[in-house]
Design a protein around this ligand. Structure first.
Ligand code: ZN
Length: 265
């Protein structure tokens, strides 16, 4: 009986502690007094990102994360340009080599037999992700970076591979709803939004929602004014201009830098 009363008291005091920390976290912990952190990322190593997104980011002096698929045509043909992004302060994130996804899910006709994650094992995907880290390190000389699983898929033939590779990264972007409380963040995972043909207002609303809650807006783009799952190039540019104009409220940085900040909170 005594011990159960004690547990209730401990639980009650830890709840108080948790809510105090959450309240502080929501309003005071981003650099320069910003209301929200913003992580922009660009998946799959696409030509349209080099052709349209990079100049827009430079024009507004904003840093982002490019999740590179290492056997993509635009990665192989334009390695110098990807390397230059790292030198300019962007992050080169790990998005594997072959971009394996589960062919058994809906709308996955494009997944080739070799790419079918349903046929892979935890060991096979883990080796590939480590290999991608080695190749990226050779390119940018960085020993720490973040990861996002291709298609958000983490189930393979013999289980879920994500926990096994998590120690290799400072943060992992996963598909998920907007973060409305920092207490929703579990481990190193950050829920992200994949907008397809978003309007400027939708992008602004998503980001303002994070500012309202003092959390993080994570947006994962693919094609910019070209390639697949596009955002219109002008909408993208206008959104970056909005973030630039409101720098006092939004801390825009690479997910790697944001993840290091989160680890210290
Ligand atoms: Zn992808």
């Amino acid at each position: 009986m005594k011990s159960s009363i004690f547990s209730v008291l401990v639980m009650a005091s830890s709840c108080v502690l948790t809510s105090t920390v959450a309240a502080d976290t929501n309003h005071t912990t981003w650099p320069r007094g910003a209301k929200a952190a913003v992580s922009l990322s660009y998946d799959d190593a696409l030509d349209s990102q080099l052709d349209h997104a990079v100049s827009a980011l430079a024009a507004h002096n904003l840093k982002a994360t490019f999740y590179l698929t290492l056997n993509s045509d635009a990665y192989k043909a334009r390695q110098d340009e990807w390397q230059a992004l790292a030198k300019a302060g962007h992050e080169l994130g790990n998005h594997s080599v072959h971009h394996a996804c589960r062919a058994s899910l809906a709308n996955r006709e494009w997944v080739t037999k070799e790419q079918d994650l349903d046929q892979w094992t935890v060991a096979k995907i883990s080796v590939e992700i480590q290999l991608a880290n080695q190749q990226l390190q050779a390119l940018d000389q960085q020993s720490s970076r973040t990861f996002t699983p291709p298609c958000g898929d983490t189930q393979v033939k013999d289980g879920d591979y994500l926990a096994g590779v998590a120690p290799l990264f400072s943060g992992i972007k996963v598909l998920g709803p907007p973060v409305t409380a920092m207490s929703q963040l579990a481990g190193k995972q950050l829920p992200t939004w994949f907008p397809v043909a978003p309007t400027l207002q939708q992008l602004i609303d998503y980001t303002e929602q994070a500012a309202q809650h003092g959390t993080i807006a994570s947006i994962t783009f693919h094609g910019v004014g070209g390639d697949h799952l596009q955002v219109d190039s002008k909408v993208h540019q206008q959104f970056l201009a909005y973030l630039d104009k409101h720098r006092d409220r939004f801390w825009v940085d690479t997910y790697h830098n944001i993840s290091l900040h989160l680890a210290q909170m």
